[in-house]
Design a binder for this molecule. Structure first.
Ligand SMILES: [Zn+2]
Ligand SMILES: [Zn+2]
Length: 398
């Protein structure tokens, strides 16, 4: 009798333990599901603008495919671009240059596929765009590579200057057209572990997953302002640097080009319009998955003449110029006007104009008022600068 009793007790305890373990796991699972449900339901929805400006076109820049270290084919990126309603994408596979990537350009399923190359150089990674298709064997020396790209009709952008392969700054900064201010790949790498519990969101709410990766990173913005003081012009680019998760990463950072007319159907003409806009800084950057940013604009008017973002305006003594800023009207945003790296005006108004009195560069940042969407200090919209030069400055520098 005794041995039976001894055996019976542990079995009973085992059963109870299993029950408790099962109940606890169930409870943890339930809390986790409730947490995800709460996160999704408490997130502000996208507010669609009633009338989208017809001529503004939107695209994503810095994308990798299987032509280098990306996981997807060009078709996969195009599919992701269509899902995100993008007009164009810019592929930038690694190479010196990457010929297969360059040859993949063209219209595909209504998306304009453009390509450049991300070069590995002596200073870090450098993206070359819009250069002639005859270019071969780009050198590793950064300045030399930038000079060749420039001579062949193109321009270069310093990729992820403060993350991954950081850029080692030199003297001839005027060789580069601009730099990346923010990139999705760096954020994904940094945040994937703390965001591990949010991975199920990739199945049913990619937007929240993507936004949860973001954090403010002011260093590239400061360097951008510094470059525009010492070697203007430099333009800022929001970069995807996507290798996988295309649909999610292509929803985040966009380049917006307010154009004067619709894109033409001929590939070469359309390509030229987009690359010319980028090369002249006539575009702004936005985190459209936070809220759609279309409708923003920043321009200047001197007399009867209009100047888009990116332009240098020369003023003779007595001449006046006026800057105009228009924010998208359907969400609350805080406009900040920056002059030579310093905030000089902050307003909640949707449309303002300002008469600048000093030379230098003026640019705009817009922050969402709803703090639950983006981390504080991370701008929703970042314009490219407008540069002013009074005639006295010329006399001074002579
Ligand atoms: Zn890179
Ligand atoms: Zn890259």
């Amino acid at each position: 009798m005794m041995p039976e009793k001894i055996c019976g007790k542990p079995e009973k305890t085992k059963g109870r333990r299993k029950k408790i373990l099962g109940l606890s796991l169930g409870l943890v699972g339930l809390i986790y599901v409730l947490y995800l449900f709460h996160l999704v339901s408490s997130f502000p929805p996208l507010k669609k603008e009633p009338a989208v400006i017809k001529k503004e076109i939107v695209g994503a820049y810095h994308l990798h495919t299987r032509f280098s270290d990306g996981r997807g084919r060009v078709e996969d990126v195009v599919k992701a671009a269509r899902k995100n309603q993008l007009d164009f994408i810019i592929l930038t596979d690694h190479g010196q240059p990457n010929l297969a990537c360059l040859q993949s350009q063209g219209w595909r399923q209504g998306v304009l596929v453009l390509a450049g190359t991300e070069m590995s150089t002596s200073r870090g990674h450098l993206v070359g765009l819009a250069f002639s298709e005859t270019v071969r064997n780009l050198p590793r020396q950064a300045e030399e590579a930038a000079r060749i790209i420039q001579k062949e009709g193109g321009f270069t952008i310093i990729a992820h200057p403060y993350s991954k392969v950081s850029w080692s700054w030199g003297k001839e900064n005027e060789l580069y057209l601009g730099l990346e201010l923010i990139d999705a790949d760096t954020m994904l790498r940094k945040k994937w572990l703390p965001n591990l519990p949010l991975f199920p969101l990739l199945l049913f709410n990619k937007r929240i997953f993507a936004l949860r990766m973001l954090e403010s990173f002011p260093l590239p913005f400061r360097q951008w302002d510094r470059l525009n003081e010492i070697a203007p012009p430099h333009y800022g680019f929001f970069s995807c640097d996507a290798h996988l998760f295309y649909e999610t990463l292509l929803s985040l950072f966009h380049l917006h080009l307010p154009l004067e007319r619709e894109l033409p159907p001929e590939f070469k003409a359309a390509r030229e319009i987009i690359f010319n806009s980028l090369q002249s800084g006539a575009f702004y950057n936005a985190i459209d998955s936070a809220q759609p940013a279309s409708g923003f604009n920043f321009w200047a008017k001197k007399g009867e003449e209009f100047y888009p973002m990116g332009r240098l305006i020369k003023l003779k003594p007595g001449e006046k110029v006026r800057l105009y800023i228009r924010a998208p009207t359907f969400v609350a945003g805080r406009l900040v006007l920056i002059h030579n790296g310093q905030k000089i005006l902050t307003t909640m108004e949707k449309e303002i104009s300002f008469e600048p009195e000093a030379s230098g560069f003026y640019r705009v940042e817009v922050y969402l008022q709803d703090k639950s969407i983006l981390p504080e200090n991370l701008p929703w919209i970042v314009s490219n600068p407008i540069f002013l030069r009074m005639d006295q400055d010329d006399a001074h520098s002579d």
